[in-house]
Design a protein around this ligand. Sequence first.
Ligand code: C2E
Ligand code: CA
Ligand code: CA
Length: 400
Amino acid sequence: MTDLPRERLAADVVVFRVGDLGESAYVIEEGCVEVLTAAGRRIALLGEGALFGEVALLDRLQRTATVRTLTPTTLLCIERAHVEELRKRSDPVIQYLLNLLLERFRIAQGSAAGRRPPDAPLGKEAADIESAALRTLTLTRDLGHAVDVDQLELHYQPLCTCAARSLVGYEALVRWRHPTLGMIMPMEFIGLAERTGLIHRIGRWVLRRAIAEWRQLRQYCERRDGLHPFVSVNLSAAEVADPGLVPFVDACLAAHDVPPMELKIELTETAIIEDREKVAWVLEQLAGRGIMIALDDFGTGYAGLEYLKALPLSCLKIDKNFVQEMQTSLPSYEIVRAAVSLAWSLGLSTIAEGVEDERTLGRLNELGCDVVQGYLIARPLPLAAVPGWVAGRAAASSGV
Ligand code: C2E
Ligand code: CA
Ligand code: CA
């Protein structure tokens, strides 16, 4: 509230009149106002903390009353642009509900005043919000079921050494094959899963599946440059704050006879700062078994750097935004250079993600980056497509 613009008015000043356009709502911080009809009849007296003018602000119609200060008064102004901005940034379901309420309110007002037919169609923006919200509601409803009926699948994106381009591992990336909406990418449903708590079930499904499928993938990795082959799994904040994760991972590794150092856990800074003590304990346990811990999207967070020495990390993954701008933006290039050098001095390895062209790969190699991942090497592949990709690569390098 304190950031809202203020208007300080003397006594007997008109704030707005009947017929003005409603561009702001107001909260009385100090003083008092009277509300008058078009005929000048007082219908209300409002004091500190009262909100007025919100109806015209929301329905974009003209003011239906006049407001005048009775004493020197300070008003906090809530402007339309500010409200619209907040509305745009809110969850699509909230936008949808708000829009629906507003639309009903407008129709009720408009038809009462004979201004608008009750069946006036929604505008394009409202229709877009409605369809996004309906999609979100459908996905939220179906997500729990998706795990039970095996609609999730993992795609694997290969990672290669920067210098020799030897295949060293894969990142497991989850996809949801929805029966009617088609393939849904994680950016669209991981957030929903986090908000609904389903992330625990999804995360465990991903871990179990990635560890089970690792045996088939591992055979294609080349053991060179002293790097262990690995499969990487992304975990959300809530998962790494759950001590139950440790025995679960132990059981999955034992069931498939996978050495702990062949599993890598990727987590972001957000995950680290959310529940610091619990996360530190879980990571200590995992790292103590030899599991590698990578800090994902490095460079995009705000957590400071002290956790780099406090937590048992083994690797920094440099965010793709910096990698992709290396050629065109000196600051991005410098950030990548600093990240590689910081990792080196802390004894951590580096992975650059989002590498799409040869020049970027060449520059990363010059900087001493260890491993690269990106469309230049391969897109994420379904498990069944990996052998074909490996064969194609071998044929290309032998000139067949
Ligand atoms: P991330 O961990 O940063 O994963 C990398 C994302 O970048 C992947 O998108 C990948 O397909 C994409 N990518 C890889 N190479 C390139 C490239 O050269 N250019 C471009 N433009 N993009 C590239 P994807 O699969 O859509 O995953 C998005 C995010 O979803 C992941 O970002 C990760 O944060 C999250 N995610 C994926 N799988 C899981 C999971 O099993 N659990 C959790 N908690 N999160 C997951
Ligand atoms: Ca990742
Ligand atoms: Ca990343």
